[in-house]
Ligand binder design. Structure first.
Ligand SMILES: *Cc1c(COP(=O)(O)O)cnc(C)c1O
Length: 414
């Protein structure tokens, strides 16, 4: 198996396993596809904040949606200008965050009335005349691949409830804020029909803001993880957005900027997690049925999506003299039974794959989004390297953590 012309075995020998691998040509293809959908495209960088990936976005004129002030600062370090960054959150984590956004003139998208109020109070103290802000609206409904990634409706903490918009206008007026942007993001991994309907709702809400300049329809572009199914078609989003923004331009009689901010769709398909089979194991169910486990060195400390959401990822086995497909469960090194990569509805389920032997490789696809970004040191497992493949060459963009790296912040008490 090859990634952009480079053998996975070669990569594993050079950098060791586990390792994340990103294909730059796949990334460029998705950038091209997404960029033509909207006049302004932001990258929701929480999906994968690798420096090389950010650089690629920068080079293609993609702007940034950041969800923490540390993300904002990371984007600035990667070369983005403060004016190209939108900070979306429901809170400021502390008072310094508010001052940072005001001083560095970061366009701030407030997802609660409380956050808007805090921003307004801090702004008044600067003595400046006025500042433009955006508000995130909860449109009363949402969508997502999992309950946990649905970010609209009554069970989502995100956004100012759509019936409370007059209160948002009052807060803005009291503190000299100009609400020049409205935004909604209803969830991750939903479908096009939902996106279309919510875009319509956002346009109706937007009409209530007389200073409107920007309307941001959020992210949530679908991505089909199963390579045996056709990839979700997102091309029709362009005409949906055009039509919706056209309504607003006609209503206000001026140009309105249209923005979207996908994360997953940009990067999911360009990333692979490569691990190594370390041991085989098996059990017997009560009725005598045998379950075969393949234990590799990749687990939920490296890719949490199967464990957190029961998500499907394509998996390939790379090895010599592989036999026919059989039912196998692929599990990892973490000391928890939930550490299984092949899951459905939060249950381990066997997958049809050739039975590997120790030393063979396990390659997990669709791992570019919310992969490395959500990895952890659980079980004192080091964060793993990120390798970029570009025009037949591999480059290490992040080295493997060492034990010293992991212990650095801990006080030396004994
Ligand atoms: C996570 C997030 C996104 C990106 O969602 P995807 O489903 O990855 O496209 C966009 N906007 C905001 C505010 C987010 O929090």
């Amino acid at each position: 198996m090859k990634i952009e012309g480079v053998g996975v075995r070669e990569i594993s020998e050079k950098f060791g396993t586990p390792v994340y691998v990103y294909s730059m040509s796949a990334l460029r293809q998705s950038i091209k596809e997404i960029k033509q959908l909207s006049p302004v495209t932001r990258y929701a960088m929480k999906a994968c904040s690798n420096k090389r990936v950010l650089k690629e976005m920068l080079d293609h004129g993609i702007k940034i949606d950041a969800v923490s002030v540390y993300e904002v600062r990371r984007a600035i370090k990667a070369g983005f200008k403060p004016e190209d960054i939108c900070f979306t959150s429901d809170i400021f984590s502390n008072a310094n965050d508010v001052h940072f956004c005001l001083e560095d003139k970061i366009f701030t998208n407030c997802g609660t009335l409380g956050m808007l109020e805090e921003y307004g109070c801090a702004f008044e103290k600067t003595g400046r005349g006025s500042v433009k802000v955006s508000i995130r609206i909860n449109p009363g409904e949402g969508a997502g691949h999992s309950k946990k990634t649905n970010t609209g409706g009554p069970y989502s903490k995100h956004g100012i409830w759509y019936e409370n918009l007059s209160e948002a206008r009052n807060i803005a007026k009291r503190h000299g804020l100009i609400i020049s942007g409205v935004h909604t993001h209803i969830g991750s991994g939903g479908d096009m029909d939902h996106l279309k309907r919510i875009a319509g709702k956002l346009v109706d809400f937007a009409k209530q803001f007389s200073d409107l300049e920007v309307v941001n329809f959020g992210g949530g572009l679908p991505y089909q993880y199963d390579p045996n199914l056709p990839q979700d078609d997102i091309s029709r989003y362009k005409s949906i957005l055009n039509e919706r923004v056209g309504i607003l331009e006609q209503y206000f009689g001026r140009k309105i900027v249209c923005e979207i901010e996908p994360g997953r769709r940009f990067v999911a398909g360009c990333g692979y997690l490569v691990g190594e089979v370390r041991a085989l194991n098996h059990t017997f169910e009560e009725d005598g049925k045998r379950l075969d486990y393949v234990l590799g060195n990749i687990g939920f400390c490296h890719l949490i999506r199967p464990m957190a959401y029961g998500s499907f990822h394509p998996i390939w086995i790379v090895g010599d003299d592989l036999g026919p497909d059989q039912n196998i469960i692929i599990a990892g090194p973490v000391c928890e039974s939930g550490d299984v990569l092949t899951q459905k509805n939060e249950e381990p389920v066997p997958r049809r794959l050739p039975m590997p032997k120790a030393g063979d490789l396990i390659v997990v696809g669709g791992a570019g989004a919310y992969g490395f970004a959500m990895s952890s040191n659980y079980n004192t497992q080091p964060l793993i390297p990120e390798v970029v493949v570009e025009e037949g060459k591999c480059k290490l963009t992040r080295r493997r953590q060492t034990l010293d790296d992991m212990l650095r912040e801990e006080a030396d008490m004994f």
